[in-house]
Design a protein around this ligand. Structure first.
Ligand SMILES: Cc1cc2nc3c(=O)[nH]c(=O)nc-3n(C[C@H](O)[C@H](O)[C@H](O)COP(=O)(O)O)c2cc1C
Length: 336
């Protein structure tokens, strides 16, 4: 008997219990008072999302350097109110039995000597310092009640570049083959899994369209290294290519994702341009994917999943105009 998958199936993602297969993926909130304290809109959004039937929430990205490229648009794990504010956010999620991960993403790394040190130039001491910063961020996420963290090794963020053969030509144990390039992340994951009861998710690129850069084959090898280190889930993202599913040609992401799922046991989350329940259920049933992520639909209407669940169907009001992304905030400029 073939069991059909549905976005509202209860399921497990590693050790997390999910009420549905839907993950609200990392989304800048950019709604803070002076000094970084969260505005009431953010608490309201989390309450609405958590009540709506979402399976897992990823926070907006956090940086740890106030001079990072996107620091202006997102929050910083080091602001004074971090633990207090986010303990309230994680309590809101947990009151509705929804797990929540803190996302860490940084574009530049300041090794103490150079504010934008490149993968090829960072010293071993710098690498240790970076790893310690990530582990400290994980501790902070844990103090604030997060169930785990997502390390962004995708898009064009620092770690995505570090693991990419296009940017990394190091001759030491952090460069060369895939195992070496991913070692900076593998060592962090091993420490986190050994010392904390914490879900560790990684966001990676399936490919990056750079000559001699990340290819689908290389990205599968990266996923294997992350799995070996102990990663609990992997979420796919893309640098410049967006995921479009028109139901005709088999989407290249689906071809890639099925191959990836054949090669690793760690759960894979696929997302991008998911806008209606029917085609999302088609994706679930036409591929081996078990978890789907969404961002902009939650900006347009944080509790849309409640309607979808009640009606057994639904289409997001999000028109993918991308104004929220361009302005880098969680405000829908079409349906304000
Ligand atoms: C307003 C906005 C903020 C975003 N912020 C983040 C972020 O903090 N971290 C992240 O990994 N991705 C971020 N993204 C990208 C989304 O997670 C997602 O990959 C992308 O929007 C495609 O999914 P969608 O079609 O469901 O919106 C953001 C996207 C938008 C629109």
């Amino acid at each position: 008997m073939i069991i059909m998958k549905d976005i509202f199936d209860e399921c497990s993602l590693g050790d997390l219990k999910l009420k549905s297969r839907i993950v609200r993926t990392g989304t800048w909130e950019r709604q803070t008072e002076d000094g970084g304290f969260l505005k009431s809109e953010v608490f309201d959004r989390y309450e609405k999302m958590a009540k709506s039937g979402v399976g897992l929430i990823n926070s907006e990205m956090f940086v740890f350097d106030p001079r990072d490229r996107f620091a202006e648009y997102c929050n910083n794990v080091n602001y004074r109110g971090f633990v207090k504010d986010y303990k309230e956010i994680t309590d809101i999620c947990h009151n509705h039995d929804v797990p929540v991960l803190g996302q860490l993403a940084f574009f530049y790394y300041n090794d103490g000597l150079n504010q934008k040190v490149e993968a090829n130039d960072i010293s071993l001491e710098g690498i240790r310092r970076l790893q310690a910063d990530v582990i400290m961020a994980a501790k902070k996420f844990s103090f604030a009640g997060f169930d785990g963290m997502q390390i962004d090794i995708g898009n064009n963020f620092y770690l995505a570049k570090f693991i990419n053969p296009y940017f990394n030509q190091r001759k030491d144990q952090y460069g060369g083959n895939t195992e070496n390039r991913v070692r900076i992340c593998s060592e962090i994951i091993k420490v986190l899994k050994k010392t904390m009861d914490f879900h560790v998710s990684c966001r990676i690129n399936p490919w990056d369209v750079r000559k001699n850069g990340m290819t689908p084959e290389e990205s599968i090898k990266v996923a294997k290294e992350l799995e070996k280190a102990g990663a609990d889930s992997i979420q796919l993202t893309a640098r410049t290519i967006s995921y479009l599913y028109d139901g005709n040609d088999r989407n290249p992401f689906l071809v890639y994702v099925d191959k990836l799922i054949d090669e690793v046991d760690v759960p894979i989350i696929l997302g991008g341009s998911m806008r209606d329940m029917k085609s999302m259920n088609d994706v679930l049933n036409d591929s081996k994917v078990e978890f789907l992520s969404m961002s902009k639909p939650f900006v347009a209407q944080p509790d849309f999943l409640a309607d979808w669940k009640a009606n057994g169907d639904g289409v997001s009001i999000c028109q993918s105009c991308n104004n929220c992304y361009s302005k880098k905030e969680s405000t829908c400029f079409k349906f304000k």
